[in-house]
Design a protein around this ligand. Structure first.
Ligand SMILES: Cc1cc2nc3c(=O)[nH]c(=O)nc-3n(C[C@H](O)[C@H](O)[C@H](O)COP(=O)(O)OP(=O)(O)OC[C@H]3O[C@@H](n4cnc5c(N)ncnc54)[C@H](O)[C@@H]3O)c2cc1C
Length: 410
């Protein structure tokens, strides 16, 4: 079977690329390994799909070639994404800058993309697991099982290897590598972190506001504030997710990775100590439970008291030690929760090997690489889908236009 353009992967970036290419008049075929396209999209934003963010900033992304990010977001940014989906019928709803469809249903985003693919005559073949891609003359051969597909332009949109049950199993890296592309080491990101301290076993289910700071080999790398979720295995929640890619790289490089949780981020340690000393005086002679009550979640304050050196129930620890623990509750990171629980992958195809004006490979003209497969990952808040839309649009428009121009000259 032949097509002007084949898109491997019917995820966010692949569908965007297919729509943009087909709007230029190209004949487009999507090959998707899962029984349905867009499975991961349905799981985004807890089923509500946070599809972009009004506060778009290159600083919200990580990449080895970070300088390339800004241009991509300038060429197709948050307003463009909101406009694109508005034209397909999606009313946007902003929640503190986080943009969702007004229906608050991820299915709306998937449905409007499917309707547009159908309207444009894009062919979608599901259950097609692409195993091999070869260059052939001025085009490409794409192999799935016994079938071979031919195209002039090929768009790799296979995603990374996060949440493989939703489709992206890492095969995109193998395909890109087989075509000569270099892969910046891939690690899981936007996921929880496992901690070595046994105290976490007693903290399962606790949620608390905190500033989480990440130290690698004793150096402060980054910190984020928000609701932290404590679990038997360690720490999770958005501020932890934001640090998890950097932590995973630290672990990969066998560095010492530590997080410290500040449960009183609005108070200096001296002010907190003063408050604790006052409280100690106020409840002198009473049970320690009275001192604890109302300071923090009960399980959490008890764990802090224990770490501060309080061995016997009913007694109080040294207040300086307690203030220290409340400001820097330790989590010695042993592992990330891994790809299974990760929302994205950090690392991927090196951006220096793609022209980021078009997402075309500099190694093979006619080959495009987009979405999470590239070495760029965003923080939580709609940034990863924005990257998928931006790169999908740049590649789709360019590939579609090239096909249109070459069909006219042939
Ligand atoms: C639970 C969860 C929640 C998330 N929530 C958000 C959110 O609210 N906002 C946000 O911005 N980001 C979110 N993300 C991240 C976001 O979904 C991804 O970054 C984005 O989907 C990446 O788009 P993509 O097209 O590059 O890859 P994907 O969406 O992963 O699509 C890749 C597609 O390629 C197919 N494929 C892979 N290999 C092959 C092959 N060899 N042959 C054929 N097909 C293949 C896969 O089956 C898949 O359909 C979330 C991720 C997860 C897992």
């Amino acid at each position: 079977m032949k097509a002007d353009i084949i898109v491997i992967g019917g995820g966010a970036s692949g569908m965007m690329a297919a729509v943009c290419a087909a709007r230029q008049g190209a004949g487009v075929l999507i090959l998707e390994r899962m029984p349905r396209i867009g499975k991961k999209l349905l799981a985004t934003g807890n089923g509500r799909c946070n599809y972009t963010n009004e506060h778009m900033d290159p600083a919200c992304y990580h990449s080895r070639n970070h300088a390339q990010i800004a241009g991509v977001l300038e060429d197709f940014g948050a307003e463009d994404a909101i406009g694109f989906f508005r034209d397909l019928g999606i009313l946007p709803k902003s929640n503190d800058g986080y943009v969702y469809p007004n229906s608050m249903q991820a299915a709306s985003i998937l449905d409007c993309l499917r309707f547009e693919l159908e309207r444009l005559g894009v062919k979608v073949l599901e259950n097609k697991n692409v195993r091999q891609v070869l260059t052939k003359g001025r085009g490409f051969q794409v192999k799935c099982g016994d079938e071979t597909f031919h195209c002039r332009r090929l768009i790799l949109a296979c995603g990374g290897r996060a949440s493989a049950k939703l489709g992206s199993d890492g095969s995109g890296y193998t395909l890109a590598k087989s075509l000569g592309h270099s892969i910046v080491p891939v690690v899981p990101a936007l996921t929880g972190l496992k901690a070595g301290e046994s105290i976490y076993k007693s903290l399962s289910g606790v949620r608390a506001e905190a500033r989480v700071s990440l130290y690698i080999d004793g150096k402060l790398k980054d910190s984020h504030r928000g609701e932290v979720q404590l679990a038997e295995y360690g720490i999770s929640g958005i501020p932890v997710f934001q640090l998890s890619g950097q932590a995973a790289y630290g672990l990969r490089n066998r560095r010492d990775v530590q997080c410290f949780l500040d449960f009183f981020p609005d108070m200096s340690e001296a002010a907190l100590l003063e408050l604790l000393e006052k409280r100690k005086k106020q409840f002198q002679g009473r049970d320690a439970g009275v001192f604890e009550t109302g300071l923090l979640n009960r399980k959490l304050i008890q764990a802090c008291m224990k770490l501060a050196g309080c061995r016997k129930p009913g007694t109080l620890p040294d207040m300086t030690c307690l203030a220290g623990i409340l400001k820097a509750f330790p989590a010695s990171i042993t592992e990330s929760r891994g790809y299974e629980y990760a929302q994205v992958c950090a690392g991927g195809v090196d951006l220096s090997e793609t022209d980021m004006k078009t997402c075309m490979s500099v190694l093979h003209p006619g080959l495009y690489i987009i979405g999470e497969l590239l070495d760029a990952d965003g923080i939580c808040g709609g940034y990863n889908l924005q990257w998928a839309w931006s790169t999908g649009c740049l590649a789709g428009n360019h590939a579609g236009k090239e096909c249109h121009d070459s069909n006219r000259t042939n």
